[in-house]
Ligand binder design. Sequence first.
Ligand code: PEP
Ligand code: MN
Length: 261
Amino acid sequence: MKTNAVKIGNIEIGGDRVVTIAGPCSVESLEQFQQTALFTQEHGATLLRGGLFKLRTRPDSFQGLGVAGFSIVEDVKTQTQMPYISEITDTRQVEELNDVVDAFQVGSRNMHNYALLKELGQTDKPVLLKRGFSGLIDEWLHSADYIVNGGNENVILCERGIRTFETKTRNTFDINAIAYVKQFSSFPVIADPSHGTGMRELVIPVALASIAAGADGLIVEVHPNPAEAKSDGYQALTFEDFQQLMNQVKKIEPIIKRNHC
Ligand code: PEP
Ligand code: MN
């Protein structure tokens, strides 16, 4: 089925080019966010990610800088002019995040949060809708419809791995889902091999496989010093890894026929 491209700022997702969204799991400090943004931009990322409100399994884990991180994001956005995407975890954040983000991310844990999806249907900002870790493809597509039915057609799907019997990796990245939604839906789809594998060593091969399967882009976690990261350090690419990823993406992009269907 033909993909309806969605624009985040001036960047088209679902068009002819594979886009890369890069940044840390969490915004931690100006230095960390700025260094990551400048490096990833220099090597081909066109959109910036970085969580401000984090949904963590353990209540004693770092919960994100929240509102205290807004000025960091604003400084780095001004410097790089890159559109920025961040997770919204609560309907009450729509207003405060609206001025900071260029697209809202709905996290895996909130794919079934219909109150949040309806609220985002009332906005005109693009929404990156992650697949719930136990969400069926059909449930994911119905969640997308909640946003569209509210009047906001700017929905981008994101496959980020599902929970299966396999425990060797954090999640099982569902490559079928990428191929399926390209074939049978009109939403653009982004692959998240960082959460999909949970292992830095697997991010590059799974990213490349996703592009081959038809993904319109990637969202990857990158950190200047993953060992010190406040969240998801084990899956964060180092700067060197990111550069290697982008070199490989550049090589395979021209030989993958875009929008196969
Ligand atoms: C994230 O992108 O950092 C994140 C929390 O993702 P997910 O909702 O897929 O776990
Ligand atoms: Mn993360």
